[in-house]
Design a protein around this ligand. Structure first.
Ligand SMILES: [Zn+2]
Length: 642
């Protein structure tokens, strides 16, 4: 804390000033905050486990052998260096062999399996049908960009122009690393830029994408084919290992019409150039240091201001977590997560759900029919705490101790196929979207579940040795936050079953929108960095969840401590410690370059406003710190949605 600051003037400085001073950003990080620091502690812990499993090969079970050997292969930097760009060659050869547009679907189908992301022209995967959440269907989405957002290609300010120039130079350097002469590399980078800019123009903005109706265009194969007449989807599906499909959600049809224009108007050489760049970018981190460093130089150093590359062990632990996360997660959970902790968290979660029930029942602005539906949705929410009931089976992923890139490729293929295999099948409600060591949490509107991995239920966030006040402020606030996501601008559009279905009366929807607008108007006045303000249309869901979450946590804490005589500690009242406990998860230091990236891409407001923007709306805070009207942490016009 910074006790020299006045909590009624700048509560964030008061609670986080000491942390910010004592925790400068490490040279390999774009930002530093309480979550990331705990994430690094978890990583270090996993490093110890993995090193042991990599060295002592006797007595390991099959799962331990898999992650141990994977880690050993990843850490063998000399072997990686020796291979240079060789692991890319099979892909580049296939791209080079492309002779006509007719062959493009088959080529893309196989390259998409090998990359498992949306970097090559578009994304293709599986997700729940918005209109029938029990079924999984194919999703064809936008993609194909090398910069973090469409706006990077289209904005006209000096900083955006500067980043585009640096990106162009980076793409050219990557072509040079692939063997192109400097002139050709420049020209090729230029062509990539032109194609990506065309795709960026045809993509929806992040704010537009908050509206699920804008992303829901269910069609049959004929409908999809009509968007891209020159691209034979049967060939694509065959190459991706899929049998005939006839149900697709094309999230952005206009994007696919632009794809057709690009594929039709560009030369085969241009298409090959574009594919070479994206395959190289996709694989860069797996190749020799020339590629790793060039990739780091643009995406971390120039874009986010990071001075130094992360040491190899951190990159390898992160890769195991990404590719074999539920195998590594078993090791983590067995050591760092107890059944008692699970029970305590569940207890707190149920109290917060009860608080939301009371809150909904007491709302003056909502009519009975909508309340009934809201309560039905609330009661249907599934609480997932710690780790999945059933661990993912990685049995078919072959891992070799001396084949780092091969291991990564096989695990990527496993994940691509696993995702595609869900299509046409009923939903697996037990699946998790985060691995157990992850320091984060989420709500999924289609699953209608809240998820708290073991990694986030640890000190200094949840501390079993501390009393209720800071724990309810901190972890309670997080649980309330995820719960409130079920009822934010996006979540409220899905019903109890996770279907996109309007269950609001027209009047109640208007009441909600007016209240959300209060938050939008409040947060748009806050500055992220330099002249850039918060894009509060983008952050409104998170800002609504922050406020609603802490109100619920407060109610739950009052229930928990009813009738108890709570003592002051460290010169603070229990109420003050509740708010300090909340605010201290949000302490952060951030680099200005990275703040710019966040302003454009991150739906979360900066930590400072997740604290100060919230407490000004809570009369309980004003009272706890005896703040006076007119002071900065007292708002004249309080917002409240939930
Ligand atoms: Zn959130």
């Amino acid at each position: 804390m910074d006790k020299s600051a006045d909590p009624c003037v700048d509560f964030y400085q008061y609670t986080c000033g000491g942390w910010m001073k004592g925790n400068p950003i490490p040279s390999d990080q774009p930002r530093w905050d309480v979550y990331r620091k705990l994430g690094q502690d978890n990583q270090r812990y996993l490093w110890g486990i993995l090193e042991k499993l990599a060295k002592e090969t006797k007595g390991r079970n099959a799962t331990q052998a898999k992650i141990g050997d994977y880690f050993a292969a990843c850490m063998d930097e000399a072997a990686v260096e020796k291979l240079g760009a060789a692991p890319l060659k099979p892909y580049l050869d296939r791209i080079e062999a492309l002779k006509s547009r007719k062959e493009l679907p088959a080529l893309l189908g196989s390259l998409h399996l090998a990359t498992a992301d949306d970097g090559l022209f578009f994304g293709f995967g599986s997700d729940q049908d918005y209109s029938n959440s029990t079924q999984v269907i194919a999703f064809a989405s936008s993609g194909g960009l090398g910069l973090p957002d469409r706006d990077y290609y289209l904005k006209d300010d000096d900083k955006s122009k500067e980043i585009r120039a640096k990106y162009l130079a980076h793409v050219a350097k990557m072509f040079e690393l692939l063997g192109d002469a400097p002139d050709a590399a420049q020209a090729n980078a230029q062509r990539v830029m032109e194609m990506e800019t065309a795709l960026a123009k045809a993509s929806l903005t992040r704010v537009e994408r908050r509206d699920p109706y804008k992303l829901f265009h269910k069609m049959d194969l004929k409908g999809l084919q009509a968007l891209t007449p020159g691209f034979d989807w049967r060939e694509y599906l065959k190459a991706a290992g899929l049998r005939q499909l006839n149900t697709f959600n094309v999230t952005e049809p206009a994007f696919y019409q632009e794809l057709e224009r690009q594929w039709h108007s560009r030369s085969i050489d241009d298409i090959k150039t574009y594919l070479r760049w994206h395959m190289a970018a996709d694989h860069a981190q797996l190749l020799s240091s020339a590629f790793v460093n060039e990739n780091f130089n643009f995406y971390a150093k120039q874009l986010r201001g990071v001075p130094e590359l992360r040491p190899r062990w951190k990159r390898c632990v992160a890769l195991v977590d990404r590719q074999l996360g539920e195998a590594l997660g078993q090791e983590f959970v067995s050591r760092a997560f107890s059944p008692q902790l699970k029970q305590r968290t569940l207890h707190m979660t149920r109290q917060i759900e009860k608080a939301m029930e009371d809150d909904i029942k007491s709302l003056a602005w909502m009519s009975e029919p909508t309340k009934k539906r809201a309560l039905e949705k609330l009661r249907t929410i599934v609480n997932k705490i710690g780790y999945p009931d059933k661990w993912r089976d990685y049995g078919s992923v072959k891992v070799k101790r001396d084949d780092f890139v091969g291991n990564v490729e096989r695990a990527t293929l496993f994940e691509s196929r696993r995702q595609l295999a869900k299509i046409g099948k009923p939903l697996d409600r037990g699946e998790w979207g985060m691995t157990p060591p992850t320091v984060n949490a989420y709500y999924n509107p289609q699953m209608n579940d809240i998820n708290f991995p073991a990694g986030v239920l640890q000190p200094p966030l949840f501390d079993a040795k501390m009393d209720d006040a800071p724990n309810y402020g901190n972890t309670g606030g997080t649980i309330g936050h995820e719960l409130t996501h079920g009822f934010d601008d996006q979540g409220r559009q899905f019903d109890a079953q996770g279907n996109l279905k309007d269950w609001w009366t027209r009047e109640d929807a208007k009441e909600f929108t007016d209240r959300a607008q209060c938050i939008v108007d409040q947060y748009k006045q806050y500055t992220v960095v330099d002249e850039i303000k918060i894009n509060s249309e983008l952050t409104q869901g998170e800002d609504i969840a922050d406020l609603g979450g802490l109100i619920l946590a407060w109610m739950a804490w009052k229930t928990q401590t009813e009738g108890a005589k709570l003592a002051d500690r460290d010169g603070l009242t229990p109420e003050q410690r509740f708010f300090v406990g909340y605010a201290q998860w949000a302490c952060e230091n951030n680099r200005p370059e990275n703040q710019r990236v966040h302003a454009m891409t991150d739906p979360h407001s900066p930590g400072k406003y997740r604290v100060n923007g919230l407490v000004v709306n809570m009369p309980e805070f004003t009272q706890a710190f005896s703040c006076k009207p007119g002071q900065p942490m007292v708002s004249e016009r309080r917002c409240r949605v939930w």
